[in-house]
Design a protein around this ligand. Sequence first.
Ligand code: SAM
Length: 283
Amino acid sequence: MKQPMIARKEVTLHVLKTFDIRASKKLGQNFLIDPQVVDGIVGAADIGPDDRVLEIGPGIGTLTQALAETGAAVTAVELDQRLLTVLEKTLEGYENIRVVHGDILKVDIAREMGEGGYKVVANLPYYITTPIVMALLERRLPLERLVTMVQKEVALRMVAKPGSKDYGALSVAVQYYTEPELLFVVPPRSFIPAPAVESAVICCKVRKAPPVEVESEKLFFRVVKSAFGQRRKTLNNALKLTGLSSEGVGKILSGAGIDGVRRGETLSLQEFADLANEWHKLL
Ligand code: SAM
């Protein structure tokens, strides 16, 4: 077995120079150059030869190589055409890697991955972290776990609890679909080029069933979106953004036993579910 080595700084620099690649800011390219971080990500994904992995944005193949070394079947989706030539070379000889050229937000993931469960592992491009995470979760793909590098600030939002400044619609959505855990913080020096912000690796174990019962997910997320749409507003006012009349807002608040002067950021997942289920009763 070859030892994963693209993560070494000198190897990454050599690859970038050989292929004359300048990292694209627009595509969120910050290449990992820290073998310990790569090990941490692959370890958290807990993968073996029987697993299937979807990697988003393989870059020059740093994580991809380490993932492939576990024996798992890896599908890696990369948008930057320039990197496809690089990947052909850096991942040469690995028969368990398939590189797909495309935009992860447009690729038909269900078709690419076929039947059966899989794990998603990625050092995500930061300019579209939230849309990618939400698209993966909302589509109800048979994901088992999502282990990703994100901006630290985004990781804190994903794991935030009610009442904290980081708690918002992203926290509710991620915690509705998964059990997220912030694993470790990664400094800018672990990448080339170094990003302006700190990063963090997060592991989200996808739930078999949501932690709260909701009659209609559509209403649940409408309530969540409205409650956080205007953070300073009380629920009495914020919930009017759902399209409900003042009377309707009053009814769902009293039905759920929630004081309308509270703000959305104090509500637990259960309380959001209670409001959505009261709304559902009015339909
Ligand atoms: N995995 C590599 C690593 O850890 O060094 C690169 C990570 S870099 C932060 C993000 C990667 O995502 C880049 O290779 C970039 O070209 C790719 N990317 C950006 N937008 C994408 C998209 N919409 N679909 C697929 N890949 C994308």
